[in-house]
Design a protein around this ligand. Structure first.
Ligand SMILES: Nc1nc2c(c(=O)[nH]1)N[C@H]1C(S)=C(S)[C@@H](COP(=O)(O)O)O[C@H]1N2
Ligand SMILES: [Mo]
Length: 347
């Protein structure tokens, strides 16, 4: 298995991927992959392990942390056309950093090891059950979701632990799925539940956590244009560590709201409980709004550290999405003395 040795935080500033480089590299890489797959077939009887190693070696200078063959991520429809309504104020995070620094407790609590712990997880085939207060309950597979219309969007992303990234997601607006199943008038919230497979997810063998992971949104948030059901990242399908095959992306909320590997979507009448709010209610709210003025009880949220470059930036109210959200979240709650809390990293 290829071992990714550079810790993501140690990448120099000049390793940041700019737009042009991202586009030319992804074309280059695809050409390489076809060649590598051919070689493996020609050699006859490659083991899966060898194949994974060979396929993931990438073009010179591009080593991606993956525990699956590239072929698994190479689906028709990717890369999807970019929706240019969502511009960034910072460079894209280098792909190796976004694929190797992950929160996904189903695969352990060590962020740098998640990508190595996902090897037993089988995200394809997959089904998402949509149920509850809807006129048309349904079961969708990945193709059904992709058929709602894939697009690419570059979004900022902010973990409650004060690291941040900026990545190109591929996905469909969650609104399209909501409209398809026609919520009843009484539906006010949407509840999301992840998978429960202790045999494939080492972290789920720990009873410290109330598996499976579960999250929720208000219905009016779920139908907001910014809420994305992501099936891809960096122009290919989602690798397992980033929440394959389908995860939520709500970029104005902290990372923990962005539930990965969704198996069930329920329309409900009352406020659903959520995984981290149930575990530590003092630290993680249902709303999970990015707010530099409300510190986490143990650290300040005034600043954030970018994955890859380690650059430190001021945190923005609603992660910079306040204008796009309009009256969905009009007022910024303020806390006196917020700036005095310690930052969770050295600057
Ligand atoms: N099922 C599940 N989804 C999850 C988590 C998790 O532990 N399990 N962690 C969340 C947290 S805290 C963050 S910051 C993001 C990280 O997403 P990334 O690894 O793609 O950056 O996933 C979120 N979704
Ligand atoms: Mo997070």
């Amino acid at each position: 298995m290829f071992v990714h040795r550079t810790p993501p935080w140690a990448l120099p500033e000049n390793a940041l991927t700019d737009e042009r480089e991202y586009h030319s590299r992804r074309l280059h890489r695809r050409a390489f992959l076809v060649g590598a797959a051919g070689l493996c077939a020609a050699a006859g009887g490659c083991t899966r392990q060898n194949e994974v190693e060979r396929l993931n070696r990438g073009t010179p200078g591009e080593h991606l942390p993956l525990s699956e063959p590239w072929a698994d991520l190479d689906r028709p429809g990717y890369p999807a056309a970019r929706n240019h309504a969502y511009a960034l104020d910072r460079p894209l995070t280098p792909e190796p950093a976004a694929l190797s620094h992950n929160n996904f407790y189903e695969f352990g609590t060590q962020t740098s090891a998640v990508w190595r712990n996902v090897a037993e997880f089988l995200p394809r085939p997959w089904q998402v059950t949509v149920t509850g207060a809807v006129e048309r309950p349904m079961v969708l597979d990945l193709d059904d979701i992709e058929r709602l219309g894939l697009e690419e969007r570059t979004y900022r992303f902010r973990c409650v632990e004060a690291w941040a990234m900026a990545v190109p997601w591929t996905g469909v607006p969650l609104r399209k799925l909501v409209e398809r199943c026609r919520p009843l008038g009484k539906a006010r919230f949407v509840r999301f539940v992840s998978f429960h497979r202790p045999s494939q997810a080492p972290g789920q063998r720990s009873r410290k956590f109330p598996w499976p992971y579960y999250e929720g949104l208000k219905l009016k948030e779920a139908v907001h244009e910014l809420a994305l059901l992501a099936t891809g990242i960096y122009g290919h399908a989602l690798p397992r560590q980033n929440g394959a095959p389908v995860r939520l992306v709500v970029p104005w909320k902290y990372g923990f709201k962005n539930i990965k590997s969704i198996a069930r979507i329920e329309f409900v009448e009352t406020l659903p409980s959520t995984f981290w709010n149930d575990l530590v209610p003092r630290e993680y709210t249902f709303d999970g709004l990015v707010n530099p003025q409300v510190p986490h009880p143990r650290w300040s949220q005034a600043k954030e550290k970018l994955l890859g470059s380690g650059a430190v930036r001021a945190t923005q109210w609603l992660n910079g999405y306040a204008d796009l959200l309009g009256d969905l979240h009009p007022r910024q709650p303020r806390v006196d003395g917020w700036h005095q809390a310690p930052l969770p990293f050295k600057t």
